[in-house]
Design a protein around this ligand. Structure first.
Ligand code: PLP
Length: 277
């Protein structure tokens, strides 16, 4: 399987970057994860728009159009399966390790395509736990600098949970690698976009589907106590789609099974996925 690196396609084992690459030394870069269902790039314009916002936020210039990105990814796609593209752009090689940006920036652009298998927890529901959100205040940027997210996810895994749900100032923000939805008093609620969450593409799709299908839905902050009383909790992301949380901090959520609103939304999401180019 070929990967893309700086204008070339080559076997993964042959894709090499310098140890002086600022991605390696500083985590100085951004990324995207784009689902590809049977060869069709899902919500492609939205992913590229978010990528451009991330690049602007870190002051990195990569002028490629949506069509150019599409042309880069096309040779790696296989229409007989579901896949996802991992795209990473760093500030590239610099002659010495210096925090300040180098004079000449030649970004490193890397993309690979992997098979996407359905996440098992989607059918059964998963356990989650709440943890203090230790991340920085630019969570809206999809930065490759993920150490806080990794530590939080691992803490969850260590406690036999699939995800950590993060709390800042008494309010839940999102998961360590997902956005958050809750059904509270028969209303679907998700925290509003801000610098404290990543603006998830899956999140956008769910909000659109709720609107189009008369599911009461609101973007509103959620206190951690309100989450503990929710009848349903979901975490959402491109690679796992919509995952019901059936146990939070050792307590059953609702009936302890994936809820009714979840089942409805998952149906809508699967149908939308099949139909969208
Ligand atoms: N929030 C964080 C911190 C993430 O890492 C992700 C994606 O993995 C998401 C939210 C969900 O975003 P998307 O639906 O675009 O995959």
């Amino acid at each position: 399987d070929q990967v893309y690196l700086n204008g070339e396609y080559l076997p993964l084992a042959d894709a090499k970057v310098s140890v002086l690459d600022r991605g390696f030394l500083f985590g100085d870069g951004v990324y995207e994860v784009i689902p590809v269902y049977r060869g069709r790039l899902f919500r492609f314009d939205d992913h590229i728009t978010r990528l451009n916002a991330s690049l602007r936020a870190i002051r990195l210039d990569v002028n490629k159009t949506v069509a150019e990105w599409r042309a880069i990814f096309s040779p790696m796609l296989d229409s007989s399966k579901d896949q996802y593209i991992y795209l990473q752009i760093t500030r590239g090689y610099a002659p010495k390790r210096d925090h300040g940006f180098p004079e000449q920036v030649l970004p490193t652009v890397f993309a690979m395509c992997s098979e996407m298998k359905p996440f098992a927890g989607r059918a059964t529901g998963v356990k989650a736990l709440t943890l203090e959100d230790t991340r920085w205040r630019m969570c809206n940027v999809k930065a490759i600098t993920l150490l806080a997210n990794l530590l939080l996810r691992q803490e969850a895994l260590d406690q036999d949970c699939a995800e950590a749900i993060l709390v800042r100032n008494g309010y839940v923000t999102e998961g360590a690698a997902s956005n958050l939805f809750a059904v509270i008093d028969d209303e679907l609620i998700t925290p509003p976009k801000s610098n404290e969450i990543l603006p998830g593409i899956t999140r956008d799709v769910i909000l659109e589907l709720a609107e189009a299908n008369q599911i009461r839905c609101r973007e509103e902050v959620i206190a951690v106590e309100a989450l503990q009383d929710a009848s349903e909790i979901w975490v959402t992301s491109s690679t796992r789609e919509i995952v019901p949380v059936t146990e939070l901090d050792g307590m059953m959520v609702g009936s302890g099974k994936p809820g009714q609103v979840y089942r409805k939304m998952d149906q809508l999401f699967q149908a939308y996925k099949q139909s969208s180019a």
